[in-house]
Ligand binder design. Structure first.
Ligand code: C2O
Ligand code: CU
Ligand code: CU
Length: 557
């Protein structure tokens, strides 16, 4: 009730400040919000109609007992059946295959025991179709989405997006891939059908009875969930049979907080042909590729020349991750290297990082060459023509929109603030149909004073004395709406040696919707805010950070 009153007051303040009521289309009683999109629009003529049901399921993941999960089940009600591809039995949602220009209607039924809402990550859709947490529906309710596919060919994904529950719901299975095709891509004749492979990478933790375990405690909430079992396309110890030819592999990091440093075990460089938002202008090779939560990279992988019977392992290679130590009643320590962090469980707070800390080397998936075949397509030299976006196009060259990530008093913040459902600051107001420069930074918050006070953790930490000193973690920053381009990234200060273990793995060309910002890094991007007005989220895609309030709204008008 108090919360409601406070929101109401803020809303009135906006009215007084001359902001039209229409500025906050989501504002009102929860009931109004939910009724907003329960019915299809008779004037919208869909090419594809899909039904998604979010529900409890028991699925086989590990040998032995099945695992209870939250799964999306889907079916095509109208249009091409290929619009949905069932994934292997497990917890991943079906792969949605869309075509640019298609009109899509989706009936979403929440049969979970808690509120939820679906979001189409990476896609450019109107506010009401974007799955903002203010539209979360209760168990038993329905939400209808209707939008036109505007994105170019590429790999996006869908997932649950309710306030403070995105982490646990995605963890239990509320996620699936979206592929989009278009004319430009068709002309390239890229590997298709069985040679076009999805590769969803996630880390999970299981009990002895094969049930999913989530967060253990405070420390893990602050750093993000880390599991010790790597699942690929929903399976543990995945082996993928391949033939001696080129494949298109759509790698997607569907983990809550784990950052992978993708590399072939034999040192072969990786060839990227696409990023979050679509294909690149031309293929690029990397010694390794950093893939943060929510990021996608499309690889061209050529197995021709390899011997049947042999294997090629994709690994996550070692890198320096800023370890976070936490002292009770003291400051905290930062450790540059892997395995040097002292994470003793002093004070019984569950401070361990588990058996598979960030930055450790481990296998992800084994490709097993099963068959020699004669023909393999050539890697095209040029891929697609991209809309050219430069500094000259931006409306605010000297005044970039800030996204400052920081940690203060146990709260991960953006622009020094926590999430508010429908509140925006002046710096978060964006004129529609403009192209903006956005500067993303990762800074020190205030140092180790007490922990009471602001932010969600402040509240929960109530009686605890002590301090958090410097705490700087990498943050995968995501913006809803249109994809952006990276124009510069630099390390402002900090540990060059640590940075050197990751820096050659960032893909800075191509369309992005999520970018990993390392401690002390400053990244400038250019993002169009076109076509749609309303509230569009930006947040850290470390899902535990997001749930702790590391999320804000842009208000486009
Ligand atoms: Cu993956 Cu707010 O999104
Ligand atoms: Cu998103
Ligand atoms: Cu974060």
């Amino acid at each position: 009730m108090k919360d409601y009153d406070r929101k109401r007051r803020q809303f009135l303040q906006y009215l007084l400040a001359g902001t039209a009521a229409a500025a906050f289309p989501g504002f009102g009683l929860a009931q109004d919000r939910r009724m907003l999109n329960a019915k299809p629009d008779p004037n919208f003529k869909p090419d594809v109609e899909i039904e998604f049901v979010a529900q409890l399921a028991e699925v086989p993941i590990l040998p032995g007992p099945s695992t209870s999960v939250f799964r999306y089940d889907g079916k095509v009600l109208k249009g091409p059946q290929a619009a949905l591809l069932k994934s292997a039995p497990g917890y991943l949602g079906p792969i949605m295959n869309l075509v640019q220009g298609q009109k899509v209607r989706i009936f979403y039924y929440n049969k979970l025991p808690e509120p939820s809402i679906m979001h189409w990550h990476g896609m450019h859709v109107p506010q009401k179709m974007d799955g903002h947490p203010m539209y979360a529906i209760e168990p038993g309710e329905r939400y209808v989405y209707e939008f036109e596919v505007k994105n170019p060919a590429g790999t996006n994904w869908y997932h649950a997006h309710p306030h403070e529950m995105t982490g646990p719901q995605v963890y239990r299975g509320q996620a699936g891939l979206i592929t989009i095709r278009d004319e430009q891509e068709r002309k390239l004749d890229l590997p298709d059908g069985e040679y076009d492979l999805p590769l969803t990478i996630q880390d999970r933790r299981f009990t002895a009875g094969n049930q999913l375990q989530y967060i253990f405690g405070m420390h893990e909430r602050m750093t993000g969930f880390l599991g010790d079992t790597i699942l690929v396309n929903g399976r543990a110890d995945a082996i993928i049979p391949v033939k001696t030819r080129a494949y298109r592999i759509r790698v997607f990091n569907g983990s809550n907080s784990r950052i992978y440093k993708l590399g072939w075990e034999d040192g072969t460089p990786l060839t990227a042909i696409g990023t979050d938002g679509g294909l690149l202008e031309d293929p690029q090779t990397f010694p390794y590729i950093m893939l943060a939560p929510a990021e996608r990279v499309e690889l061209w992988v050529d197995f021709s020349g390899r011997k049947p019977g042999t294997d090629l392992m994709l690994r996550s290679l070692e890198y320096d991750f800023p370890q976070m130590g936490m002292g009770m009643g003291g400051g905290m320590e930062m450790h540059g290297g892997m395995g040097r962090g002292r994470m003793g469980g002093r004070g019984g707070m569950g401070m361990g990082t588990g058996r598979l800390p960030q930055g450790k080397d481990f296998p992800i998936v084994r490709f097993h060459i099963v068959e020699k075949i004669g023909e393999s397509p050539e890697l095209p030299k040029r891929l697609v023509k991209m809309r050219n976006l430069t500094e000259k196009d931006v409306a605010n060259p000297g005044r970039p929109v800030p996204i400052a990530a920081s940690m203060e008093h146990m709260s991960p913040l953006l622009n020094s603030a926590s999430f508010e459902m429908d509140e925006v600051m002046d710096i978060e107001r964006i004129p529609v149909n403009t192209i903006q420069k956005v500067r993303i930074t990762n800074e020190h918050g205030s140092m180790g004073s007490g922990m009471g006070g602001r932010g969600p953790m402040g509240g929960r930490m109530g009686g605890m004395r002590g301090g958090m000193g410097m705490m700087m973690l990498p943050h995968p920053i995501h913006m809803h709406g249109q994809q952006f381009r990276i124009i510069s990234r630099k390390l402002k200060d900090g540990n060059m040696d640590s940075y050197a273990t990751v820096r050659d793995g960032f893909i800075n060309s191509g369309w992005k919707d999520t970018v990993l910002v390392m401690p002390n890094e400053e990244i400038d991007v250019i993002k169009p805010f076109e076509d749609y007005t309303g509230l569009f989220l930006y947040h850290c895609h470390n899902l535990e950070h997001e749930d702790l309030g590391m999320m804000r709204n842009f208000y486009v008008s």
